[in-house]
Every structure is written in C-alpha cells, then in structure tokens.
Ligand binder design. Structure first.
Ligand SMILES: [Zn+2]
Length: 347
C-alpha cells in the first residue's frame, strides 16, 4: 500500500477577505450590505457568517462566503470526506452510515452526488496535470458494467512515471476506433513508442502511427505457454520456441522463420511459429528504445486503482457517472504522497 496523506478543504466561520470583483459585472467597487448567519452541515462547524455586498455599478447584491462554504448546505470539507470515503473503498451506503454516526447524516444519493462533484473536478484537470512529453506510452483496456452492459474503457499511461494520462470509453473496438483513441495522445504528447498487451488490434494501429511498438512480454509468454502445452509431441521444437521466448536472443526471428518449414506437418505449431515470427520485432522493442519496459505492468497497475473501488460497485448507471467515479479513484490512488482535495475544486 502506498503512503498517502490527504488534505481536506478548510472551513472558516467568517470570510477573511473581501470579494475581488462583482460576480455579475466584474466591477471592483463594492459596498458591504449587511450580513447573515448560515447554518452548515460540517464535521466541526455548524454556523458561519456570510457577508452581503452590493455592487456600485450594476447595483446587484451577492453573498460572499467564508472559505470552504458555498451556496450548498453542506461544507466543502464534508462533501470532500464523503467522496473520499467512497473512493477509498466504502459503499455509498457505508459512507452514509459513517457520516451519520459522525453527526452529519446524509443519504446515499447525496454521497453519489459528492462523488460526481469531486470526480468531475479530478477529470477536468487530468490532461492539464500531464506536463511535457510522454516519450513512451502504455495503453490497455478494461471492461466495466454500465447499465448492465459491458463497456470498454481505454487507459493511457506514461510508461516511465506510471501516471495516468487519459481515460476514454471505447465505442468502436476495431482498428479505426483504436486509431481515433490513441492518435490524439500520440500527437499531443509527442509519443515515440507504445507498450500494449498481445491484442492483435494494436499492431496495425501502432504501425500506422509510425511509432515503435513493444508487446507485453508477460502476456505473450502466458499465451505461448498455453498453446505449447496443447500440442502433442514435437518436444525439441516446443522447448526451442520457449527458450527463444525467454532468452530473446539476436537472430531469434530468423531462426523462427527457418523453423516454419520444419513444423509444417503440425498446423498448430506452424501457426504459433508464424505469429511469433511476425511479432518478434515488437518483443525486442525494449532493447532498441530507452525507457521502454518489457511488460505493460504500468498500465495494468493503473487500471487496478479503479478496480479496488469497482469491486464494491455493481456497475454504473450513466456514462458520466462512470467516468467521474473512475476519475476520482484514479486521483485518490495515483500514488502521489500528498493529495489536497482543494485541487479538485479549483480545477
Ligand atoms: Zn456588478
């Protein structure tokens, strides 16, 4: 488990500054126009003072709230705790019970609204938090239930830092769909190489984008092991293929090409050899491209962050709700040591 320290929004009972400008017209000449007491639901404060101002230009009045309070009847801190508790693993019902026990009762629906509020804040800041180039990018997909249907969500990471770069719902799972999904990131971040799993859709897409491709070695080995075990006889060839795949020697591709002729009598073996032969350059990409990992663990780990939360969710009811939920769990489990929830309000 990573060590994470969360900072919650502050809540003050009195505004400690004047408003900088009129929210209606932008004028800076404002007169105080009385004050009101507002009841708030919060873990520590139950009442705050709100100052009213009148604009000397447009003559409209408005309320100026203390830090951590807005027009909502619950403080930012309480809404933040609610969303955070959900993202850390509690169900909507459990968060509702927990906060009720702390004297701040709220419904499951309210908890869900809080998750939406903070999740959308996390999502909107995502692309902007990724700075500079992403030379080596990892891509992977996962299936999430949306209104009972399986929905594919694609994740893109910076393979070097392991940080999430983007998340997208993949409607079309063909080459064109993958192209539309990945090209945006490749162009925007100047990506030079990509690591993916063994799924055949990636290969032509990465080739079309003209960048280097590493196929996750762990995936390939797992698939090849299973296929080798399904073949009877041919012990020498099977052992040799496995050895090539574990040692990845120079000239391994040429050897596979020669082997193809020798194994034609066994279609299963031949198919495996032909496929590996075509994949060989992508298995060795990590030897050519600096900073390229052998496996796609970086992206799988990232997806896992949302799965921790996802385990206790039976599925999402709306696309927006799903993306906000994923955004919040990704932010909470991003692996950074200090996380300030206020960052999501400002975003
Ligand atoms: Zn004004």
């Amino acid at each position: 488990m990573p060590r994470v320290r969360f900072t919650l929004p502050q809540v003050k009972d009195y505004p400690d500054s004047r408003p900088s400008a009129c929210p209606h017209c932008g004028s800076v000449i404002l007169n105080r126009h009385g004050k009101v007491t507002k009841r708030v639901t919060d873990l520590y404060i139950s009442e705050v003072t709100v100052i009213r101002y009148r604009c000397t230009d447009c003559l409209k009045t408005f309320r100026h709230y203390p830090e951590g309070v807005d027009s909502h009847d619950r403080s930012l801190r309480l809404r933040g705790v609610s969303a955070l508790s959900w993202a850390l693993g509690l169900s909507l019902r459990s968060v509702s019970h927990l906060l009720s026990a702390l004297g701040c009762g709220l419904s499951r629906m309210s908890v869900w609204r809080d998750v939406q509020e903070w999740g959308s804040g996390a999502l909107s800041g995502w692309m902007n938090r990724t700075r500079g180039r992403v030379r080596v990018m990892g891509a992977d997909e996962t299936v999430i239930r949306l209104r009972g249907k399986k929905t594919v969500v694609g994740f893109v990471t910076d393979a070097k830092s392991g940080q999430l770069v983007g998340m997208d719902v993949l409607v079309d799972k063909d080459s064109e769909g993958f192209m539309r999904w990945l090209q945006r990131y490749v162009s925007r971040f100047g990506v030079e190489a990509m690591v993916t799993d063994d799924l055949s859709t990636y290969k032509p897409v990465v080739e079309r984008m003209g960048i280097e491709h590493q196929v996750c070695i762990a995936h390939v080995r797992k698939n090849v092991r299973r296929r080798i075990d399904e073949i009877d006889g041919w012990d020498w060839h099977r052992a040799r293929i496995w050895r090539l795949l574990t040692e990845l020697p120079e000239g391994g591709g040429r050897e596979l090409l020669r082997m193809e002729r020798a194994v034609r009598a066994e279609p299963k073996l031949r198919r495996l050899v032909v496929e590996l032969c075509g994949k060989w350059p992508s298995l060795l990409c990590h030897q050519r491209v600096g900073g390229m990992p052998q496996t796609n663990n970086c992206t799988e780990k990232t997806i896992g962050r949302s799965k921790i939360r996802y385990k206790t969710v039976r599925g999402y009811k709306s696309m927006e709700g799903m993306m906000n939920g994923l955004g919040l769990t990704q932010w909470v489990w991003s692996g950074r040591e200090g996380l300030d929830l206020s960052e999501l309000v400002a975003a």
